[in-house]
Design a protein around this ligand. Structure first.
Ligand code: GDP
Ligand code: ZN
Length: 452
């Protein structure tokens, strides 16, 4: 997509459908002029309204009044895009808003592409690329922590990190260039030695700046698998934790044949619970698939809860599941409202390393320790680390190029190392967009909605 900054774009800025208010937004050199072709201020004064001043008037197609409305002009550079911006606030009806947009387009505006307003804000230097992205992330945040990450980014969190590393890298590039240009002045050994040291430090710093665990928690949530043999109460516990009837609960063993998912929120993070089919040997083909899926869910989970039925003595399946349990998680003895045949001590006789809890799916209060246990997995320190997936990818690539540079330094081919450093610098600058090409910008902004 190639776009000119010389035309004026228009879009409906409010959500589709009928609302209390609908807003048309325009940006570009003719925004004010186009506005005045479709808008008549009330009263005698028909001049272009003063900047940043909301004016009451009427939207007209030249013959007919379409709606009463408010309009505002925000002269460059004091606007979202740093261009002249005009907005029309209308009564929220679908017809009126579409009509207003159509009038603006007829009056000389071009329909904006997805994310084009924010793209202009970026191209005009009002925000860097990671800040522009954060606008979209703010809108699409599904939870408190995702929203917080977007706010951090909007305030330049990732950018300040990257700029610091990028500066360090420029220093190394300059040092390497000196080695190449004046090999007689800087003995190769010495020059290469300090370069290698600088590279090590930079790689270490970049690796420390990435928080992949927090990233996963923020953007994907915590995956928890409920495992256990049929009828121990996995579905019931899932429903009790979610507070809704998500899984089918029956007392016929093996009823949950497919995996059932549900989502709850802990510490502002999304926690996805997967109720797996009973893990047991079976010849029923439908059930077999369920069992396979449950194995998969368990492998992919961040934590698993091994559910046992406390009203029944431990059977061979339970013991096998206990013995084979690996990874994060806990043992949950369910049905404590019934007379108990299993104690925590029995569990610890088999696995003394495992956390064990007793609950009843029928008693919400008894589930609190389990909620607290899961909440322990969703804590990230609020420190400024890089967590946004696109940024992580860019840093990972930068690190790879830096490692390549280390290797080429070892083989005394400094000009190859220089190319590697350049590639690392390019990867870093993708984050802030300092050297972003059209393709990268298209990729980032195409995820926006029109009107943003
Ligand atoms: P799943 O096969 O592991 O998913 O087990 P279900 O959730 O389908 O439960 C099997 C049976 O145990 C159902 O009849 C539930 O009502 C019952 N059940 C589940 N949890 C409890 C509990 O904490 N106390 C009692 N008394 N019954 C429970
Ligand atoms: Zn079930």
């Amino acid at each position: 997509m190639t776009m000119s900054l010389h035309d004026t774009i228009a879009a409906i800025a409010t959500a589709p459908g009928t609302g209390g208010i609908g807003i048309i937004r325009m940006s570009g050199p003719d925004a004010a002029a186009i506005l005045m072709r479709v808008f008549r201020p009330a009263g005698k004064n028909q001049d272009i309204p003063e900047s940043h001043r909301l004016v009451y008037g009427k939207l007209t197609d030249g013959e007919q009044i379409i709606d009463e409305c408010m309009a505002v002009i925000m002269k460059a550079p004091r606007s979202y895009t740093r261009e002249d911006v005009a907005e029309i606030q209308l009564h929220g009806g679908r017809y009126v808003i579409n009509k207003a947009l159509e009038l603006c387009l007829k009056a000389g505006a071009r329909l904006a592409e997805a994310g084009e307003f924010t793209r202009r804000a970026f191209l005009n230097g009002r925000v860097d690329l990671s800040q522009a992205e954060s606008v979209m992330e703010m809108i699409s945040a599904r939870g408190e922590q995702e929203h917080r990450a977007a706010v951090r980014q909007m305030n330049g969190g990732a950018s300040s990190f990257v700029r610091k590393f990028s500066d360090e890298l420029y220093g190394l590039q300059a040092g390497l260039a000196a080695c190449i240009d004046y090999p007689e002045e800087i003995s190769d050994e010495e020059g290469a030695g300090s370069l290698r040291e600088g590279l090590e430090k930079l790689i270490e710093g970049l690796e420390k700046a990435m928080d992949e665990h927090a990233s996963r928690l923020i953007y994907q949530g915590l995956q928890v698998a409920l495992i256990g043999r049929p009828n121990v109460g996995k579905s019931s516990l899932l429903n009790a934790l979610l507070g809704e009837d998500r899984a089918i609960v029956t007392n016929i063993p093996g009823t949950t044949r497919d995996t059932v998912h549900g989502e709850m929120t802990l510490n502002g993070f999304r926690v996805q619970l997967t109720d797996t089919a009973g893990i047991h040997e079976t010849n029923d083909p439908v059930e077999r698939i369920g069992v396979a899926r449950s194995e998969k869910a368990r492998r992919e989970a961040d934590a698993s809860l091994l559910i046992l039925d406390g009203s029944q003595p431990l059977d061979a399946d339970d013991v096998e599941l206990l013995r084979n349990f690996n990874g994060e998680g806990a043992v949950v003895i369910n049905k404590t409202d019934l007379p108990q045949k299993i104690t925590e001590a029995d569990i610890h006789d088999i696995r003394k390393d495992m956390t064990c809890m007793t609950v009843s799916a029928l008693d919400q209060e008894s589930l609190q320790p389990l909620r607290d246990f899961l909440a322990g997995y969703v804590q990230v320190s609020d420190q400024q680390a890089v967590t946004q997936p696109r940024h992580l990818d860019a840093i990972r690539r930068a690190v790879r190029h830096l490692r390549d540079a280390e290797k080429t330094l070892d083989s005394f081919t400094p000009d190859v190392a220089a190319t590697d450093l350049q590639a690392a610098q390019a990867a870093l600058s993708e984050i802030t967009g300092d050297s972003a090409d059209e393709k990268l910008l298209d990729k980032v902004f195409s995820q926006f909605c029109v009107g943003k």
